[in-house]
Write a protein that binds this ligand. Structure first.
Ligand code: PMV
Length: 344
């Protein structure tokens, strides 16, 4: 009997960020976070368990940066969790591909571990609830738990049973938002988010951020539910700066070198951030956010999408030597099974 399944999962974009963990092994965050699934940034993964294999195998297509052995081991450890739950020992072949560049500030570990969780659980015959799937995905990569439910989701840091998982706060078609994701560089970031989380508490501003988050979470959640674009956009933009302020003020002590903080932006990220302020001044409804990388995500209502795209192209073409990848995202459904032949 073939134990095989294929799944597709979206990357998600955090409006309120996860940065810092209460428990690193279990990936339990210090705060709730809120995100939306992205329709144009997906991972497709097939998993096949096979009793004739002696070891797990991982193959990755469409990857711009080399595959580190750390990453493969993380994938295999995640398979172990699901194998142990199913009581099945067979090794697996995992084949995965992303529709977007890796390591530039689009959450590829979120889409990757969400797709792996859905495909492997199905192949192993595990019949888990959405909450259980979200918890399982979280153990692979924290933000992957938010790519399981559809649409707009909130990751509950830890409930009274100390369980930590994401729930839907609104379906994908709740709001006609677009996320224009501008990949200003495909060079992978130097500092992984896993490492960044471990540094966060060293920032002198971390405590103040944590204290401010309950109000911010409530404001962003209500603004999404009430489709209040300006409140939502302002909070989201200020939240992005709050998160980057923590990253930039968390010092890194390497042997022989001291770095004052994690700087994920590139000059072109800042060029877009400044442009957004000007565009708003001239009446265009657009806000930005950035995750742990130089990619800038522009958020607008669908009615303003064409104007936002033209404005981005204008900035892009102000220098003839650059060509940005631009993904035009809608809010999307969460991770789900698909027919195996969708994988190249
Ligand atoms: O799940 P990780 O370890 O890739 O961390 C994600 C961190 C941010 O993207 C910066 C914020 C977030 O909530 O997605």
């Amino acid at each position: 009997m073939s134990l095989k399944a294929t799944a597709e999962a979206p990357a998600n974009l955090a409006f309120v960020k996860y940065w810092g963990k209460q428990d690193s092994d279990l990936r339990i965050p210090t705060n709730n976070s809120i995100s939306v699934n992205l329709s144009k940034a997906k991972t497709i993964t097939s998993v096949e368990f096979d009793s004739t294999l002696n070891e797990d195998q991982l193959s990755v297509t469409n990857r711009d940066i080399p595959l580190e052995s750390d990453f493969s081991n993380r994938v295999f450890r995640h398979l172990d969790r699901m194998r142990s739950l199913a009581g099945i020992n067979q090794k697996a072949i995992v084949h995965t591909q992303n529709t977007f560049p890796t390591g530039v500030g689009i959450a590829s570990s979120a889409s990757g571990f969400a797709a792996l969780t859905i495909a492997a659980c199905s192949a192993l015959g595990l019949d888990l609830t959405e909450k259980e799937l979200s918890e399982m995905a979280r153990l692979g990569s924290g933000s992957a738990c938010r790519s399981i439910p559809d649409g707009f989701t909130e990751w509950i840091a830890a409930d009274i049973n100390n369980s930590s998982y994401a729930v839907q706060i609104a379906p994908a078609d709740h709001w006609d938002l677009n996320i224009v994701t501008v990949v200003v560089s495909k060079q992978a970031k130097q500092l992984s988010s896993t490492y960044g989380h471990s540094l966060a508490m060293a920032s002198p501003f971390f405590k103040a951020r944590l204290e401010s988050l309950p109000v911010r979470l409530e404001t962003v959640r209500s603004a999404i539910l009430g489709r209040d674009f300006d409140t939502f956009g302002r909070e989201t933009e200020m939240e992005a700066i709050s998160f980057h302020s923590i990253a930039m003020t968390s010092p890194i002590q390497n042997p022989g070198s001291w770095i004052s903080g994690a700087y994920y932006w590139l000059p072109e990220s800042l060029e877009l951030i400044l442009s957004v302020q000007q565009w708003r001044g001239s009446g265009l409804g657009v806000y930005f956010t950035l995750d742990a990388g130089p990619t800038v995500h522009l958020i607008c209502l669908h009615k303003d999408l064409d104007r936002v795209i033209s404005a981005v192209h204008e900035v892009e073409s102000s220098r003839s030597d650059r060509k940005w990848d631009i993904l035009i995202n809608d809010p999307a459904m969460g991770a789900h099974l698909i027919a195996g032949d969708d994988l190249e």
